[in-house]
Write a protein that binds this ligand. Structure first.
Ligand SMILES: [Zn+2]
Length: 269
């Protein structure tokens, strides 16, 4: 998971979202706000609705590859995902910075799972509401799940490029940074599906092959536009975290070290 590029919505779509959100925020009672937020979302987020078409188009521009899911970076994104679950935080149901584009298999299990480090005590607290539980405001706190719209997940998690292709927390155990990475990896099931590490390994091989090809063409004096095309192909692939981690870890992995030494400009791709 990488930090997503910032994009603004077209003015008309942003204005509509603001109007919808104001309607929800104007309701005093929290349980009613939750209920209306859910209903309003269902009735407005429909295919062909110009506001949500614009939302989806803009989210598509932020995706890697062919509209890949922000979480797994592997499957096609086809659901607008609320980073902060709308049933817990109706104040963010129509908030543009709260939207991500995800695939069904990632969005489904994440569902309403959410946790905070409680203000005051700092204690890790799950705030998801069980079925039939009273609809009360979640306790205030700092978010645990890493938000790829607002922060760089690669600061918290590394990808094991030499063996498992799993994500691992970067910080020391017992730190909040470790806890955030561990929770994010678990809730988003980043290591659970066997096919995902396999797909990352394949992406690693593809990126390496592209870079080797670039190196060869560069040595052969290929035209600039040809090299530019190879560069673009690297930048447009799925699994951008694999590429990001290859750049970060190249000094520790001899085969990458050799490649990036020959093509140092690739470190800025
Ligand atoms: Zn996914």
């Amino acid at each position: 998971m990488i930090r997503l590029p910032d994009r603004q919505l077209p003015d008309a779509a942003q204005a509509k979202l603001d109007t919808y959100q104001k309607e929800i925020d104007g309701i005093d009672d929290y349980p009613t706000r939750v209920e209306r937020a859910t209903m309003s979302w269902k009735s407005r987020n429909r295919k062909g609705d110009p506001t949500f078409d614009a939302v989806k188009e803009t989210l598509t521009e932020m995706c890697s590859g062919a509209r890949r899911c922000v979480y797994c970076e592997d499957s096609a994104a086809d659901e607008i995902e609320h980073f902060r679950p709308k049933v817990l935080y109706p104040g963010a149901v129509f908030a543009w910075p709260n939207y991500l584009y995800a695939c069904g298999p990632c969005n489904g299990p994440k569902n309403n799972q959410f946790a905070v480090f409680a203000h005051g005590s700092g204690e890790f607290t799950e705030v998801a509401r069980g079925r039939g539980a009273p609809v009360v405001l979640p306790i205030a706190g700092d978010i645990v799940l890493i938000d790829p719209r607002a922060e760089d997940p690669c600061e918290y998690m590394a990808l094991d490029l030499q063996d498992t292709f799993w994500f691992v927390p970067r910080a020391r155990r017992e730190t909040s940074a470790y806890r955030r990475a561990e929770y994010t990896i678990r809730v988003l099931r980043l290591n659970e599906n066997e096919f995902l590490p396999k797909a990352r390994q394949q992406a690693y091989k593809d990126y390496k092959a592209h870079l080797s090809q670039y190196r060869l063409k560069q040595e052969q004096g290929a035209p600039r536009r040809h090299l530019k095309q190879l560069e673009r192909e690297v930048q447009c692939r799925q699994h951008p975290t694999v590429w990001s981690e290859m750049k970060r870890q190249h000094g520790r992995i001899p085969e990458l070290s050799t490649l990036f030494k020959a093509v140092p400009q690739a470190l800025s791709w």
